[in-house]
Design a protein around this ligand. Structure first.
Ligand SMILES: C[S@@+](CC[C@H](N)C(=O)[O-])C[C@H]1O[C@@H](n2cnc3c(N)ncnc32)[C@H](O)[C@@H]1O
Length: 271
């Protein structure tokens, strides 16, 4: 597989979008928010269904946000999200982060949430993100780190899920443990002024457990990820059913707890 043509592991099945549309600037980009100013021009890369993009647009009322994604189909949902919220300062376009069609020094902020884990060449992606950022502007990246995810109670089925997910993501050309790599990738891209933080999502209440376990249980049986797991010989149909059932079982535990660790980098482009 060419380094720049990684397959997006999840695809945009309903069980995947159920997770993406829950995301807000507050729960997914908090490390960036205090650097935002009302006039800023933002590029949101790999925007997916655009809920974070729309939040960013509300935070820069005198500025503008462009959301881009390599997948044309999901941009229709992003446009509908922005229209439903009456936002006039946001637009969307198809783009590949490895080769952005914007001039150097265009944006005040270039943001990517849960994207670099899926791309074939994250260092090239960061070079492009840096190139289109204005001097003094920010590059903001956040990615989960699958190997650092942890939960209670112990579950062999969820151990199997993690092992399977990481194998499928790597076979698709991605890096499921991207969170820990972000600083290193940024340094390799020639970026120097890097602030590194980490952030978490926690799912423990009955409602949170039902939502998180349900979307993984469904995604394991019907999504591009499920198809690739089966087609690539990574799991049998019975194995996928067992992993899906393990998620439902975990969700039923009153004392169930799941934490997702993310790496975050906020880089200021030197003037
Ligand atoms: C996990 S989703 C994240 C969506 C959104 N940022 C969010 O957090 O809700 C990753 C998105 O990155 C997009 N993507 C994958 N590879 C890409 C690439 N090379 N260039 C641009 N977008 C890409 C996928 O199509 C997908 O919509």
């Amino acid at each position: 597989m060419s380094k720049e043509t990684a397959v997006y592991t999840h695809g945009h099945h309903e069980s995947v979008l159920r997770s993406h549309t829950w995301r807000t600037a507050a729960n997914s980009a908090a490390y960036l928010l205090e650097s935002l100013k009302p006039h800023m021009k933002i590029l949101d890369i790999g925007c997916g269904p655009g809920t974070i993009t729309a939040d960013l647009a509300e935070l820069v009322p005198d500025g503008h946000v462009t959301g881009v994604d390599r997948a044309e189909g999901v941009l229709e949902q992003a446009r509908a999200t922005a229209a439903a919220r009456g936002l006039g300062n946001v637009d969307f376009a198809v783009a590949d982060v490895h080769a952005l069609e914007y001039p150097d020094d265009t944006f005040c902020v270039v943001h990517a949430h849960q994207v670099l884990q899926h791309v074939g060449d994250p260092v090239q992606a960061l070079r492009e993100m840096h190139r289109v950022t204005k001097p003094g502007g920010y590059i903001a990246v956040r990615d989960a780190d699958y190997a650092a995810m942890t939960w209670y109670p112990a579950s062999e089925g969820l151990d199997d899920w993690l092992d399977l997910y990481r194998r499928v993501a790597r076979a698709n050309g991605g890096e499921p443990d991207a969170g820990r790599h972000l600083k290193s990738w940024a340094l390799s891209a020639g970026i120097r002024d890097i602030t590194t933080t980490s952030g978490t999502w926690t799912f423990a209440t009955e409602e949170e457990r039902a939502w998180w376990s349900g979307l993984w249980a469904d995604r394991t049986l019907a999504s591009a990820y499920a198809d690739r797991a089966a087609e690539g010989g990574h799991a049998t149909p019975g194995g996928l059913r067992a992993v899906s059932e393990a998620w439902r079982d975990w969700g039923r535990h009153e004392d169930g707890w799941f934490a997702v660790l993310h790496g975050e980098i906020l880089c200021q482009k030197q003037v």
